[in-house]
Design a protein around this ligand. Sequence first.
Ligand code: SAH
Length: 235
Amino acid sequence: MTATSPNADPQELAKFGEIAHHWWDPQGEFRPLHQMNPLRLQWIASHAALRGARVLDVGCGGGILAEAMAREGAQVLGIDLSPKPLAVAELHALEQGVAGVSYREVAVEALAAEQPAAFDVVTCMEMLEHVPDPASVVRACAALVKPGGHVLFSTLNRNTRSYLLAIVAAEQVLRLLPRGTHDHARFIRPSELARFAREAGLQTLGADGMAYNPLTQRFTLTADTGVNYLLACRK
Ligand code: SAH
């Protein structure tokens, strides 16, 4: 990847930019991210200590996860390639008086060249399914974490059920997400993500599913990785 051809899809970045002003509306387009945030924060903390840790959040968007990790005492850098969500994230942290979080518009591959092995924890959540070459992102995350540190991913599995739930139900029936949010072809099977991780020199610690209950409107952890899932890795 070069600076002139980063591993990013301009249409994807524009899509997030257009709705970035709704990022912190718990009932808006990003409602699912708000709903899954407490659960994934707990899951992250179950793998890696956050207090005092240097954490990189890749594809941080408006900062829902990055800010929550900073509130837990981590020193967080959030990176993204869409400028509007980054501006929203910066403003929100300022308004909330959350110290310990900063944001930068930089490609993960470029940061990996600049600051190898600089972070105790790297998180990359709900981002890989928007990127042309997810394996390249996984390699960069692996390069950015210190030996012994954790890389924590979440994304969407690719199968008929994830098509029906994450696209037909979430975008067309329940309208939890705007139409066109996700492209099913870019979803990633846990076995594929685990292979990217191993090829990048990471050890995989295990995958967990996140199940959404539309009645309670809550996500819970489940052994079923068929739709939304998390993968924990260690270098
Ligand atoms: N990780 C955040 C936001 C997820 S939304 C959370 O879970 O709360 C997906 C984000 O990925 C968007 O902010 C989008 O701009 C970003 N993104 C998409 N392609 C990217 C790329 N190639 N590099 C960095 N960020 C990217």
